[in-house]
Design a protein around this ligand. Structure first.
Ligand SMILES: C[S@@+](CC[C@H](N)C(=O)[O-])C[C@H]1O[C@@H](n2cnc3c(N)ncnc32)[C@H](O)[C@@H]1O
Length: 212
């Protein structure tokens, strides 16, 4: 990770390099439901900030026609993803590769992708870094591809619950540049690509980006 943040749920770890994130377990089924309804069923899937690798195993298994490429920036997360892949990963799950999604022009080496998944990163980085992530996503998407951006967002500049306001404030107390992004700001960064926003459990949102 580029920043060492104190988050409410740091991933735990088992006997090997596999890490376990309770949040990834909790949001897996709702995310999968959206993917099943909207994601392409074949082609190349690029997962950014894949974390422990638990999502990569579950989602690559659910979409055997997708060539699933998990990525992350953190060496421990990359090792965890690989440990999960070796333990339980299906044939269509690739070995993880390093991708720092806040670097300019990352799409040149990591695109094109028919599907891109990004779960719970945008609130942990600055606005300038989020711009680079979102620009990279729009440039990495293949024609007709779809991106899925999941996480907590502000609506009209406001957090939607006391818990979200407290988490946003705790992030900003650690680094004033980071914190929740406004959903309208995110959609503007993705224009002219069309986006639709789906409500998710715990006040989260899924932004679906359509590359036409
Ligand atoms: C809160 S975790 C989410 C992990 C996973 N997507 C999930 O939902 O369980 C944030 C992840 O973002 C990764 N990350 C942080 N900065 C990044 C960057 N600049 N580029 C790519 N990944 C990054 C971290 O290493 C970590 O795995």
């Amino acid at each position: 990770m580029t920043r060492r943040l104190n988050l409410p749920e740091a991933p735990g770890s088992g006997g090997d390099r596999r890490m376990f994130a309770p949040s990834a377990r909790r949001n897996m089924a709702p995310i999968l439901e959206v993917l099943r309804a909207h994601a392409p069923t074949k082609g190349r899937a690029l997962e950014i900030a894949a974390g422990t690798g638990e999502h990569a195993v579950a989602f690559s298994r659910a979409f055997p026609g997708l060539d699933w490429q998990p990525t992350d920036v953190d060496p421990d997360r990359l090792a965890s993803i690989e440990a999960w892949r070796r333990a339980e990963g299906p044939d269509n799950m690739r070995a993880p590769i390093e991708l720092n999604a806040v670097t300019p022009n990352w799409h040149e080496t990591h695109g094109p992708a028919d599907m891109i998944l990004l779960v719970n990163l945008l609130h942990l980085i600055s606005e300038a870094e989020a711009r680079a992530v979102l620009a990279g996503i729009t440039q990495a998407l293949a024609p007709g591809g779809k991106a899925f951006l999941y996480g907590p967002f502000l609506r009209n500049g406001e957090a939607t619950s006391e818990g979200d306001a407290a988490f946003h404030a705790s992030l900003q107390a650690q680094d004033s540049a980071i914190g929740y992004k406004d959903i309208a700001w995110v959609s503007d960064r993705l224009a002219p690509m069309q986006t639709e926003t789906t409500p998710m459990p715990s006040n989260n949102l899924m932004v679906i980006v359509n590359a036409n």
